[in-house]
Design a protein around this ligand. Structure first.
Ligand code: PBG
Length: 329
């Protein structure tokens, strides 16, 4: 056993900023952060998203501009979400794989403007289907048809990779989609495109502000027949194992804050990079407190993000990314 007090005084390790930095076990830098961008069709569009204060709906040209500014702040990675224009939804969600969709155009515009930035693109159908579900629904029901959805996801991932996405990130939670996407990418000669699978994605109240932003809430029913039940840690580990077997390069745990134990458990068992999603509801909690003057938003965000790193995440998707990057300098 080490010596105790008064020979040992741990406060000596906290005496200055330099000392604290020297002995800090887990670091948080802008390079660990992935900044989500919400693409909409059009040109010159930059509209505040009411449910996500500080975030914007951006047309592809504006997204490229936003990305360039974020890169100047130290951000190196982005996650792209798209949505169709008015009247653009249908049963199969075909807007998701439109080569000229807002997401595809946004990926192209961003890669053009900041070629060194890493661009990941979310792969899902919920913003594009009339049902608001993440897959195709069997006629007259709210049951999502797993196997009928797989080729549509593969097509969506391929179109985003062809637009230049470095990473495709399926968030739908159908069984077998990672394998289906890997096969489709390889057949299209896109073997260098990486897959970040939303492996342990739990059904959550914390997605509310995002669904407002994306207009992607299910019209009827909910997502509990495909997203994981919050009581299940072992099942989350099985999902991670299966996705890695199917060819995922990185795995995600989502949400982050209420699932730090899941991040820690995945870290113990797997050697693949782990990405945690600090989701919209987690952002909303911090921003709402900050707006009321109840807390300092950016330092509170850093504390949250550091907890996610400490739990074992390599990278974190967060709406605070730019704010935090600027603060960290
Ligand atoms: C789409 C998707 C969702 C999020 C990311 N991709 C919403 C959902 O599953 O309902 C949530 C992100 C957030 O809340 O910040 N499937």
């Amino acid at each position: 056993m080490d010596a105790g007090f008064p020979v040992l005084r741990l406060r000596r390790l906290r005496t200055s900023a330099a000392m604290r930095a020297l002995v800090r076990e887990v670091d948080l830098t802008a390079a660990h952060l992935i900044y989500p961008l919400f693409l909409v069709p059009g040109h010159g569009v930059r509209e505040a998203i009411p449910s996500l204060p500080g975030q914007f709906h951006l047309s592809p040209d504006q997204a490229a501009w936003e990305a360039a500014n974020a890169v100047a702040d130290g951000i190196t990675s982005f996650l792209i979400f798209g949505r169709p224009g008015p009247g653009g939804k249908n049963e199969r969600g075909s807007g998701a794989w439109d080569p000229d969709g807002a997401a595809q155009q946004g990926v192209r515009a961003i890669k053009d403007r900041v070629p060194d930035a890493l661009v990941a693109a979310d792969v899902c159908l919920c913003a594009y289907t009339t049902s608001g579900h993440c897959g195709v629904v069997r006629a007259g029901t709210v049951a999502v048809d797993n196997d009928a959805t797989l080729p549509l996801l593969a097509e969506t991932a391929t179109s985003l990779a062809q637009a230049g996405a470095d990473v495709v990130a399926p968030s739908d939670i159908m069984d077998g989609r990672v394998g289906a996407i890997r096969t489709a990418l390889d057949q299209a000669g896109l073997e260098e495109t990486a897959i970040l699978s939303y492996a342990a994605k739990f059904a959550s109240q914390f997605y509310g502000p995002f669904r407002d932003a994306e207009d992607s809430a299910p019209v009827t029913g909910d997502r509990r027949s495909y997203q994981l039940d919050g009581g299940n840690l072992r099942q989350a580990l099985l999902e991670v194992t299966l996705d890695l077997q199917e060819g995922a390069d990185m795995v995600m745990v989502k949400p982050a804050l209420a699932y730090l134990d899941v991040i820690a458990a995945v870290r113990q068992r797997c050697n693949a990079p782990i990405v945690a999603y600090n989701v919209s509801g987690e952002y909303a909690m911090v921003e709402a407190a900050a707006q009321r003057g109840w807390a300092d938003g950016v330092t509170m965000a850093i504390e949250v993000l550091r907890s996610i790193r400490r739990a074992g995440a390599d990278a974190i998707i967060t709406y605070h990314a730019r704010q935090v990057a600027r603060y960290l300098g």
